[in-house]
Each structure stands twice: as structure tokens, then as C-alpha cells.
Write a protein that binds this ligand. Structure first.
Ligand code: PMP
Length: 363
């Protein structure tokens, strides 16, 4: 019996085994069509049915209201850092101002990119504290008449997750980068103007980017916005203005169906809470390990941690690998370790990691 493998990669990341098995079984001949999904025209009835089911299942899973469009785009999270300002910054007198909360690496990248298209106001930053908390909303220096407020609701590298939805002037849309925790917890979509997420963490393969956008925000683009990235154009063409990432949409659809079978997002959230509780408890048990994030903002998806004695890092990683616990090395910008425990990471995987953490610490 081979050691089971648990992949803690931050993304591309583990996918449900059942989904991969189904994709393998359907690889050469999808539902008797004689074709692989990869070979199908995106305008043919087979792929249209795959697309429509994926869209409907995602709408159901996140309870997306009817006045929101779901767009299946390309370009990743970083692409959206340009696509969103180009789509929303045409709303007001030029140059528009965009408000940002700086909570870590990914919101930092969003800030940098947005400066090419608009004035940027960083309303609060967690940088001085080493990105270990979301700055209290009472301290935010919001501008009046901002085109929108951008937040990253789960910082994948820093392991900082929002536990609240900002309560701001209803005329200012909230744009949320949910790349690394979408579908891991219930959300109220109606509180946001735009939600976006690269697929390669909690959804499916890299190459697909999900955008959920309120219909009143479809047509505020700057004139420079490329047609293929213009929300209104993409929405009017049901994400098929240009060829969409068809195979990635197919796999995402299988993941959505799988999540529905497991009881939906609320059921996943319950398991995610339990997995995170188990892992943080092992890290907090004594001084051997350290997670520096304030408890109320600790991410349920991405858990960075350090060995107090960093000279043992290589030994820790080698021992983990020997036990089938893969991809635990932290992001190069922060060092240490990181365990990403997305929806598809089973409780047994977290338990195996916890057992190893205890063993390595000599507990
Ligand atoms: N935002 C967040 C929160 C992320 O975790 C990532 C990727 N790790 C990105 C944006 C960038 O996504 P992409 O590589 O798809 O451009």
C-alpha cells in the first residue's frame, strides 16, 4: 500500500479525486459524443450544455442574485487587477479615485497595477504590523466619491482573511479578490459590486477566471478597455465573445456539481472550520511553531507558519515529503512554511499533517 499523498499547494492546488476520476473516464468520449470536451466547438450544443450547467450550479452554490452576471474569463487574478479598473474607472470625473485596503501581497499587487489607470487611495494598511491583521474599519480613511473600494478577502501568502464585509456608502461598489477562498464559506453576493477569483485554488484548472458583477457596473469602462475584457461585451456574449477556456470551464462545472452533492457551500464551510481549528491548535500547542496572524483574521484556507528554530526547516520538509505531505514550503517572499487547505483537502490530510507536526515537535 503506497503512502497516500496530500498536496498542500497554494495553487494550482488539489482537486477532488472524484472530479479527476470523472474527467479521466470522460476524457476521450464525452457522453457518447465521440469527442473530448477539449475538441468541442464552444458554440456546439454539447459545450453549451456544459457551460449552462456550470453557470447554473455556481449561481445556486453562491446564491448569486439575478441582477448579477457570472463571467468566465481569462487572464487570472492579476489580469483582473487591470481589467477591473479599466471596466469601472470610467464611472466618474477623470482621473477616478480607487480606494484600497492593503492587507498583504495580493492587495499590494492590485494597488500597484491600478495606479496605471486611476488615482489610488490606500485607506488603511497592515504593512507596519507585518500583515498580521485586517485594519479595523473604523480606522479606514475612505475617499468621498471613489469609483470603488478594492479588498482582498483572503490573502493567500500572508494567511489573513476578512471576517466581515465592509460597511461603506452604498453608492461605492466593493470589489473583492476572493481567489483563494471562494466557495469555502457562505457569502452575501449582494454586498459586493464585483467578485473575482482565479480558478486554480478552489475551483479548477488555471486559465479560468471567474467574475461575478452587478449589472449596473457593466458599462463604466475606460475607452482603452480591450473588447475581450469589457464586462458588458463579455456578458452580452455569455462569456463567448472570444473562445473561452472550455476545458477549464468543464472541470469547474464538475467541481460545482461535486460541491452540490456534498451539501453546498455551507456544508463545506463547516468542514473548513473544523480543518482550520485542528491545524491552528497544533501550531499553537506550544512554542515549537508560530503563526503570527491575529486569531480573528486567521485564514481558513492558507495557513503560513514558522518553525521557531528555522535551522530545522529542511529537515521538516524532508520528513513531510517522506510522509506524503507535499508542497509545504512557504512562499519565497515570507519564508517558513504554508499549508493550503482548500475545499478539496480532506480532513484526513489535515489530520496527517497535524500528526506530523506533533511528531516533529516531539510531543
Ligand atoms: N489574488 C490572489 C488572492 C491570489 O492568491 C493570486 C494567486 N496566488 C492572485 C491574485 C493572482 O492570480 P493569477 O496568478 O491567476 O494571476
Amino acid at each position: 500500500q503506497a503512502t497516500p499523498i496530500f498536496n498542500f499547494s497554494a495553487g494550482p492546488a488539489v482537486l477532488p479525486k472524484e472530479v479527476l476520476e470523472q474527467a479521466a473516464a470522460e476524457m476521450l468520449d464525452w457522453h457518447g459524443s465521440g469527442m473530448s470536451v477539449m475538441e468541442m466547438s464552444h458554440r456546439g450544443p454539447e459545450f453549451i450544455s456544459i457551460y449552462q450547467q456550470a453557470e447554473a450550479d455556481l449561481r445556486e452554490l453562491l446564491a448569486v442574485p439575478p441582477n448579477y452576471k457570472i463571467l468566465f474569463m481569462q487572464g487570472g487574478g492579476l489580469g483582473q487587477n487591470a481589467i477591473i479598473p479599466m471596466n469601472l474607472a470610467g464611472c466618474c470625473a477623470q482621473p477616478a479615485t480607487i480606494d484600497f485596503v492593503h492587507t498583504g501581497s495580493w492587495s499590494g499587487k492590485s494597488i500597484k497595477e491600478a495606479k496605471r489607470y486611476a488615482n489610488v487611495n490606500v485607506v488603511a494598511s497592515g504593512e507596519a504590523g507585518g500583515f498580521t491583521a485586517v485594519p479595523q474599519q473604523a480606522s479606514w480613511n475612505l475617499s468621498s466619491g471613489a469609483a470603488y473600494l478594492h479588498i482582498c478577502t483572503n490573502e493567500t501568502i500572508d494567511g489573513v482573511e476578512y471576517n466581515f464585509v465592509p460597511d461603506i456608502d452604498a453608492r461605492v461598489p466593493i470589489v473583492a479578490d476572493m481567489s483563494s477562498h471562494i466557495l469555502s464559506r457562505t457569502i452575501d453576493v449582494s454586498k459586493y459590486g464585483v467578485i473575482f477569483a482565479g480558478a486554480q485554488k478552489n475551483i479548477g484548472p488555471a486559465g479560468l477566471t471567474l467574475v461575478i458583477v452587478r449589472d449596473t457596473l457593466l458599462d463604466d469602462a475606460l475607452p482603452i478597455c480591450p473588447s475581450a475584457f469589457h464586462f458588458k461585451t463579455v456578458a452580452e456574449h455569455e462569456s463567448m465573445y472570444n473562445t473561452p477556456p472550455t476545458y477549464a470551464i468543464y472541470i469547474a462545472g464538475l467541481v460545482f456539481a461535486h460541491l452540490k452533492k456534498l451539501g453546498g457551500v455551507a456544508a463545506m464551510e463547516k468542514i473548513n472550520i473544523e480543518k482550520a481549528r485542528l491545524l491552528y491548535a497544533a501550531l499553537d500547542a506550544d512554542d515549537f511553531y508560530e503563526n503570527r496572524v491575529a486569531h480573528e483574521y486567521r485564514s481558513r484556507m492558507n495557513v503560513p507558519f514558522f518553525l521557531r528554530d528555522e535551522s530545522q526547516n529542511d529537515k521538516f520538509l524532508a520528513g513531510a515529503k517522506a510522509r506524503g505531505l507535499l508542497q509545504l514550503k512557504g512562499h519565497k517572499s515570507v519564508g517558513g512554511m504554508r499549508a493550503s487547505i482548500y475545499n478539496a483537502m480532506p480532513l484526513e490530510g489535515v489530520q496527517a499533517l497535524v500528526d506530523y507536526l506533533n511528531e516533529f515537535a516531539g510531543r
